[in-house]
Design a protein around this ligand. Sequence first.
Ligand SMILES: *Cc1c(COP(=O)(O)O)cnc(C)c1O
Length: 385
Amino acid sequence: MIYLDNAATTKPYDQVCDLVYNEMKNDYVNASAVYDYANHAKSVVDRARRDIAQTIGAITDEIYFTSCGSESDNWALKAVAEAYSNKGRHIITSKIEHHAILNTCQYLESRGFEITYLAVDKAGNVSSRDLLQAIRPDTILISIMMANNEIGTIEPIAELAKLAHERGILFHTDAVQAYDHIPIDVNELGVDLMSVSGHKFRGPKGVGFLYIKRQVKIGSFIHGGAQERQRRAGTVNVAGIAGMGLAAKMAHESLDLVRDETSKLRDYLACKILSTIDDVELNGPGLKDNRLANNLNVIFHGVRGESLLIMADREGIAISSGSACATGSLEPSHVLKAIGLSDDEAYSSIRLTVSELNTYEELDLAVSKLAKIVEDLRRIRRERL
Ligand SMILES: *Cc1c(COP(=O)(O)O)cnc(C)c1O
């Protein structure tokens, strides 16, 4: 397999796999139990919380473990909406958020909240002027993603969060794609809540966290036991949390190095595609602009993206046509529509996301296979016309 779908998920570090296995085997007692055996499990969870807090400049007690990025997003939005509904019922987000945000907003609309979905420019940027115009006296929350999962746009979070704070509005960011690509300091950024997911930075699946600034008073999302300081019930996922803690530490320590290596591979892939295949265009920000180092999004004109995916799959290339969560839906990507693409252009677009584990030889092979597939698909299309 040539894996070019690192925005969908990443390959866990070997050390993380080993740690998860050993934790499952050795620390199987319930971390909330009173007997001494539970102390080690407890200390493993404490260490992960401390390590993760350190990677974002947070206080240890501001980290809450969840089951995934989607849960973190759901918790942040629903709990703020509930806790602050006396103050107002208006929330601002963008048109290019992940479905974990957009569908939660839709749910909140059905519960009487009003949502403003900010438009973005051709490169996917949210503008502070638009945000300023959308803010109302009854706005209680602004949620803008740190980096987009389809086109890689990095949003000006510090600038947007400042506008929110000057008006006493809470700011949440979905940092699921950004966490291992951009150095984050929650205090410098001025965010109140931030969602992150383990499997997007070479940790295990099924574990994530929500950063909740100490001053933010929101309720529990999962009701039950007293875990996570009474804010998120459920027997603690010791192995998953330990694995995510180690992955966080490793990803953080190698962030600059990995980002540089990844962007070289991504730029090489882009060059190779543009020079080998006719009639292609890049979507999203320029490669040297505010864009995730691993992300490419390409229009192959005259080719249906879904057909390209299926043929690429037969050749052992794993790519996707946008968010994995939206694949299978017949709608064109909401992100590509929001940056102004026509339905045809959106349907002809493919996302390729590399990692430091890819090799140049692999990329050469992938492009030569893609070139052949694109040629075949275009020929079939011409013959049909
Ligand atoms: C993957 C992703 C999510 C969802 O995370 P899960 O852990 O898969 O639930 C949310 N937001 C963004 C931007 C993502 O890329």
